[in-house]
Ligand binder design. Sequence first.
Ligand code: C2E
Ligand code: MG
Ligand code: MG
Length: 258
Amino acid sequence: VVDANARMEARLHEAIETTAFRLFFQPQVDRQGKLTGAEALIRWPVAEGQMVSPAEFIPLAEDTGQIVPIGLWVLRTACAQLALWQSQAQTRHLTMAVNVSARQFHQPDFVASVRKCVTAAGIDPSRLKLELTEGVILGDSNEVVARMNQLRELGIHFALDDFGTGYSSLSCLKRLPFDELKIDQSFIRDMASNESSEAIVLAILSMSQALDLEVLAEGVETPIQREFLRLHGCERYQGYLFGKPQPIENWADFLAMT
Ligand code: C2E
Ligand code: MG
Ligand code: MG
């Protein structure tokens, strides 16, 4: 394992040097199926048609610190796309969600580097949404709150990713300025077959209403899942039912959903 990791680290280093990554975008839609924005998801193409999954290399990049330059590239690329959208009337309203990992968020200059990206791209930052996982907000919560508030002052929004899978306490949810909860796809997948998953989904939906948080269901794959979620007040959706992550060149069909 150590050997394989060392090899992957070396290849990652090369990929960073040559900017060998691509950014895919997955549509997010509202109750009517209208496009509201995208989540940016990194891809690492290695051989013809083959990609290393981010689930494989992001954790390693976190360990080695390589996530810092990678995350910066993702943020810049996503902001550049958002700037293009904001330059056209048809797409001006779309939001861009960007995943931020713990190590990246805790860099001393994280706020400054986000500010720099926003300014360089010339975007309206209120359409930029940073996705944090529970792993990010563990630890020194005063620092996390301070950092999130500095970014909010710029107009940036926050989503709590993979919600329900970690340890986030409700008091921490109240203390941190999140705008949106993303219900983890494992609960959506198991809803139909597992009563506790269904109960968890319902609890998250009613809790987010009570706390006045937006809520988005991840991994929606079937019309039955969408109907159930819609019936129980879910406002936004993301999943293969609406579209897989795609390079922006293939986005014509998604833009037709606006
Ligand atoms: P995530 O942020 O929770 O992203 C959602 C993942 O679910 C994506 O996997 C997406 O392709 C997948 N997905 C979306 N809809 C469906 C569906 O209907 N069914 C199924 N089975 N899967 C669906 P992906 O792209 O492989 O990314 C995995 C994870 O890697 C992400 O989870 C995120 O935590 C991380 N990641 C991806 N891109 C970045 C990035 O740029 N920066 C950081 N820090 N992490 C990233
Ligand atoms: Mg995410
Ligand atoms: Mg997620």
